[in-house]
Write a protein that binds this ligand. Structure first.
Ligand code: SME
Length: 176
């Protein structure tokens, strides 16, 4: 969808007023992400509180794709600490370099895990998790948080997710 001013304003009011996301679930994944992105922009427009905005972004991602778990971990000293999330209760702290999240932090890059059982050191916060993607967000070249998404299916995530979730990371980087 083209993000011109008219449909941006429409989406803003549709999103904020109706609390519904408008996504064609019959479309391919890339199209659904493309439909979601302007609605995410609208969702955080005019609100300056970081936690409030990240909370709603996580809720919108969960609502749009019904992932098992969607959330962020903030870098605090030598650990990741749980931030806003949607899904089952999760590990509160993850040491640097540990698990998929800690690996994305230390390597400063997205980590895609098709099968969590095949990732050495994977931290199983939920036994239902089968595959996972973690993307780091940066401020001044340093990782400040990671976005973690878990799926109850094997092989859910690929470069399409990395591409579009990367755009959501850019949104987050604007507000942290
Ligand atoms: N599986 C992650 C831990 C976080 S939970 O999935 C929410 C990891 O290995 O880092």
């Amino acid at each position: 969808m083209q993000l011109n001013m008219s449909n941006f304003i429409n989406l803003f009011y549709q999103t904020v007023m109706s609390e519904e996301l408008i996504i064609n679930k019959n479309s391919d994944k890339a199209t659904q992400y493309s439909e979601l992105l302007p609605q995410l922009e609208a969702l955080i427009l005019g609100e300056s509180d970081t936690i409030a905005n990240i909370s709603n972004l996580m809720a919108a991602l969960k609502q749009a794709f019904n992932f098992l778990w969607v959330g962020v971990y903030f870098v605090k000293a030598d650990e990741l600490v749980l931030g806003p999330f949607q899904g089952p209760i999760a590990c509160t702290r993850i040491k640097k370099g540990k698990g998929v999240c800690g690996t994305a932090w230390t390597k400063k890059t997205t980590v895609i895990v098709k099968n969590v059982e095949e990732f050495p050191g994977h931290i199983a916060c939920s036994s239902e998790s089968k595959s996972e993607i973690v993307l780091p967000a940066f401020r001044s070249g340093e990782v400040v948080l990671v976005l973690d998404i878990d799926s109850a299916e094997l092989g859910t995530f690929d470069e399409i997710d990395n591409h579009y979730l990367g755009q959501i990371i850019q949104l987050i980087e604007r507000i942290i």
